[in-house]
Design a protein around this ligand. Structure first.
Ligand SMILES: C[S@@+](CC[C@H](N)C(=O)[O-])C[C@H]1O[C@@H](n2cnc3c(N)ncnc32)[C@H](O)[C@@H]1O
Length: 272
């Protein structure tokens, strides 16, 4: 039984977990068919407690680490990161007797770059599938850019558009707090989010900035993953909603492989 309070998750979180389960299973099977690949890692940057409570059924359901640990054929290594010490204790308990599972307490923005990604170098014939599933906008661009540059890592990434719209992409950009704008710069990688999110229009009293649509902003981020981070294949992101139908985040998948992108593209299309 969990010793920490489990998150209650809605239907769309269950959809996300189903997507991860489907792809992780296909990924592990395909990787295992290449004898040259020496190891493949499952990496969970925001692992959580391992389980959740389903809002739909009230039952305890597996979270992403529990799902990954059951994938067949198994991954060679599992790297689970969380900032919360209670959740980390829960993960450690649950990974007992599995020496291939490493649990880290810390900020995944550091842990992935310092400890996990270096175990996953293409030139060593290592590969990784990395889930970045935060509650808010707090994945630094450097993490995505490093994964893209390494050509050995595929990522699922939640871009929290609701957080962005509430705190940064305001109709009047002049009212946005400096620290919120800086947070977006860390997530986007530079200040080009300003031109991605706003277009300049000529108004009666000079130029005014008009906010672009969510679709335009997410397209711009998709292009960044491709052109700046260097992922060859980035699927059109899947809008993920809350129980009121509002889009909370866009689920991205980015990969150096066409096969992965094709499989995820088909999985995403089934849920659009
Ligand atoms: C949405 S939950 C993860 C759910 C999990 N991926 C699943 O599907 O079962 C987000 C988790 O990120 C953790 N977290 C927040 N900031 C973090 C950070 N900077 N580094 C690592 N973990 C963080 C929280 O403690 C929380 O457990």
């Amino acid at each position: 039984m969990a010793r920490v309070k489990l998150d209650e998750v809605g239907l769309w979180s269950e959809v996300k977990l189903e997507i991860v389960r489907k792809y992780a299973s296909a990924y592990s099977t395909i990787i295992k068919s290449f004898p040259r690949i020496r190891r493949h890692l499952y990496i969970d940057g925001f692992a959580g407690a391992g389980h959740h409570v389903s809002k739909t059924t009230g039952e305890v359901i597996p979270g992403s680490p529990a799902i990954a640990l059951r994938i067949q054929p198994p991954f060679s290594e599992y790297h689970l990161v969380d900032l919360d010490s209670g959740r980390v204790a829960e993960l450690r308990q649950f990974a007992q007797g599995r020496p291939e599972v490493e649990v880290y307490e810390g900020d995944c923005n550091r842990v992935l770059l310092d400890k996990v990604f270096p175990r996953c170098r293409r030139e060593d014939y290592h590969r990784g599938l990395c889930l970045l599933d935060p509650y808010s906008l707090n994945v630094n661009w450097q993490v995505l850019a490093t994964a893209g540059r390494m050509k050995s890592i595929e990522i699922f990434y939640n871009f929290m558009i609701m957080d962005a719209n509430m705190n940064v992409f305001w109709k009047d950009p002049d009212g946005v707090q400096q620290e919120q704008a800086e947070r977006m710069t860390a997530v986007w990688g530079d200040e080009s989010w300003r031109s991605a999110a706003y277009t300049k229009q000529r108004g009666l009293f000079g130029e005014i900035e008009e906010k672009r649509s969510n679709a335009a902003i997410t397209k711009a981020f998709q292009s960044r993953l491709q052109d700046e981070a260097g992922f060859e294949f980035v699927a059109d992101p899947l809008p993920m909603k809350n129980s009121r139908g509002a889009i909370v985040y866009y689920l991205y998948f980015a990969s150096p492989n066409s096969t992965g992108a094709k499989i995820v593209g088909e999985i995403f299309d089934a849920y659009r």
